[in-house]
Design a protein around this ligand. Sequence first.
Ligand code: FAD
Length: 374
Amino acid sequence: MSKRHAEIAGAGFAGLTAACALAQRGWTVRVHERADRLRTTGAGIYIYENGLRVLEAVGAYAEAVKGAPFAHTREVRDGRDRLIAVHRWTGSRVFSIVRQNVINALAAAAARSGVEIVMGSAAVGATPEGELILADGRRQKADLVVGADGSNSRLRDSLGLLAKRKFLVDGCTRLLMEKTAAERAGSDGGATTVEYWSGTRRVLYTPCSETEIYIALTMLDSDEAAKAVPVRREEWQRAFPHLQKLIDRIGEQGRYDRFDLIRLKRWSAGRVAMIGDAAHALPPNIGQGGGCAMMNALSLAVYLYRESDVATALATWERAERPLTEHAQRISYLLGLPTTWPPALRAFTLALAGRSKWLTAQRTRTALHRPTGT
Ligand SMILES: Cc1cc2nc3c(=O)[nH]c(=O)nc-3n(C[C@H](O)[C@H](O)[C@H](O)COP(=O)(O)OP(=O)(O)OC[C@H]3O[C@@H](n4cnc5c(N)ncnc54)[C@H](O)[C@@H]3O)c2cc1C
């Protein structure tokens, strides 16, 4: 039997994971990335046990986590630097990692598996019969087309698959900064991350390599002064006087993204499967957008390996995998609601959430899930 062939749009977490997993199961795979090189936006990322298992399964784990700290403790502090809650991650792994390192590790695993990656190749649509349509007008025929082209997916929209896209009230500017000598010499190796609140603004401080700190500044989308890039340091220092020195170190770089929630009518149309943010973007409150993207990319290849009829495999895959992703979306959305609450009520709720066994179980369910194919 001749090898089955897949065309994938998008070389992010989802597209590269699918490429590795399909190629490792006997497919020929070509990935089209519209950018002229493999680069990722968003500075740092938390990858929990579920995502780490997927990285192991596709052979990208060791390179992805090299030098990354094991981020097992998160402190939550109020506007006066008082500790509100401490979340400890015990019994399973979570790393905070420079995003580019994960993309590079996945791309290297894909290359080892024989995947072709075409840079500067933008996709504009797909047909249920299995054609990927490129911006230059070419049509690439395949047994499977994968839409992994992120939350503004052209493939998804060309197939009319979008059921709902909800832009949330908040967004975030992310950047990396160099560690100071004191941070490099820090005693806990970067295991503690801190989330500082002030009104509706938040600063998340995360060591993410031996030399870098990942900073995420979260604010309401309507807060023009706070979401400006380059970051207006004096604005943030007014909200966080105790973080003056840290904020002084923010340079000119940074990228703002508004949070959104995406839901599809179906995850596939004929021979086209949608994965990652294109199919199910979620706000980052439980750090699972990338985790779900990688889990669903790997499980897609597993279901197609078990069942040779593509339409049947895609339907079974969606039935089995979608409920957990929707759970992650629900929890992540709910955990974002306190952003607009009065500070006292928010502090009370966050403290309660930190202590509630039931809420903790809901929050960590996706991270602790053993992904299909691992
Ligand atoms: C503030 C913030 C913090 C986050 N923190 C975390 C976290 O800690 N942990 C976590 O797991 N997740 C986190 N996420 C979510 C995570 O970033 C996403 O879920 C993840 O990047 C989705 O991967 P993807 O491959 O689906 O999409 P993307 O990362 O968007 O990749 C899509 C790729 O497709 C390419 N592309 C786009 N259009 C086309 C086209 N037409 N043709 C060809 N190529 C195209 C793009 O250039 C890109 O390379 C966070 C998100 C935000 C906004």
